[in-house]
Write a protein that binds this ligand. Structure first.
Ligand SMILES: Cc1cc2nc3c(=O)[nH]c(=O)nc-3n(C[C@H](O)[C@H](O)[C@H](O)COP(=O)(O)OP(=O)(O)OC[C@H]3O[C@@H](n4cnc5c(N)ncnc54)[C@H](O)[C@@H]3O)c2cc1C
Length: 239
């Protein structure tokens, strides 16, 4: 659904990362889905739903190019042209007794809302969140309020030094939900957890399955990330 959301707040939360809250007119929003946001650029930019409280949706985004730079300049009261919620999120019905959430950088946002919804259903989660350095970390306290949270930094300036795969190897869980850069997804897709679901954040065009800009290779052809995903069973895509 296309609508004009109202920006409620928009401010930095870590090095190069922003938190934007918008009020939208929507009913249920499933964890792992996204909104396609109109910026100064021709194509919309997809942003995951990082949280939902009533009719307020939170986006957490990294400022990397023209579109997100434009978003970072929006102020409370501005209108934001959004399409959504779009896509298929994490299959919460598959969540067994214990779920491990593995996020890397800008892949962390959808896991926060996912964790909140799982916690409300009484499902135990452990979160492993990877960042490049201490200054890039965001939402650590928010994640800790919901359960065990392990932080890794590549340069070792905070938490465990290295990649998320280090602590993941020690975790006992039935299901894995993950989102992050492709090399990380490739590594977690090969982990020992029995059921693995990954969310892919690639470049996107229309957001509704019409333009084929976001196609991704699959063992038996291809999938469209926007309309078949962005969440897939690890075996469904060729990373
Ligand atoms: C389903 C989905 C959900 C997403 N959720 C979030 C989110 O919650 N928070 C967030 O920060 N980002 C998220 N992203 C990524 C976000 O959409 C891009 O960072 C954004 O579109 C970049 O726009 P830009 O105009 O600022 O940068 P551009 O000017 O388009 O690009 C700047 C540079 O970054 C590269 N780049 C841009 N997008 C990507 C990408 N997706 N993967 C790899 N390289 C890229 C470009 O090639 C270029 O070098 C999501 C992507 C998808 C598909």
């Amino acid at each position: 659904m296309r609508q004009f959301a109202t920006v409620l707040s928009n401010h930095p939360i870590a090095k190069g990362a922003m938190e934007m809250k918008v009020s939208v007119d929507t009913n249920e929003i499933a964890p792992g889905t996204f909104f396609h946001v109109k910026t100064s650029e021709l194509l919309r930019r997809p942003l995951s739903v990082a949280n939902v409280e009533g009719n307020v949706v939170t986006f957490l985004y990294k400022v990397i190019g023209a579109g997100t730079t434009d978003l970072a300049a929006r102020r409370a009261g501005d209108k934001l042209d959004v399409l959504g919620p779009l896509g298929n999120g994490f299959p919460l019905q598959q969540a067994g007794k214990r779920v491990v959430l593995v996020g890397g950088g800008i892949g962390v946002p959808p896991l926060y809302y996912t964790r909140r919804v799982l916690a409300a259903r009484g499902i135990e989660t452990v979160a492993i969140l990877g960042f490049d350095t201490k200054a890039s970390i965001f939402y650590e306290d928010a994640f800790r309020e919901l359960g065990e949270t392990i932080i890794t930094t590549v340069d070792g300036t905070y938490g465990e030094k290295g990649f998320v795969t280090g602590p993941l190897a020690q975790v006992d869980a039935d299901v894995l939900f993950s989102c992050g850069p492709e090399p990380m997804l490739k590594a977690v897709a090969a982990s020992h957890i029995e059921e693995r679901y990954i969310s892919i954040e690639n470049r996107m065009g229309c957001g509704i399955g019409a333009c084929f800009a976001c196609v991704y290779q699959a063992p038996d052809g291809y999938v469209k990330v926007c309309s078949d995903g962005p969440v897939f069973r690890a075996e469904e895509v060729t990373l």
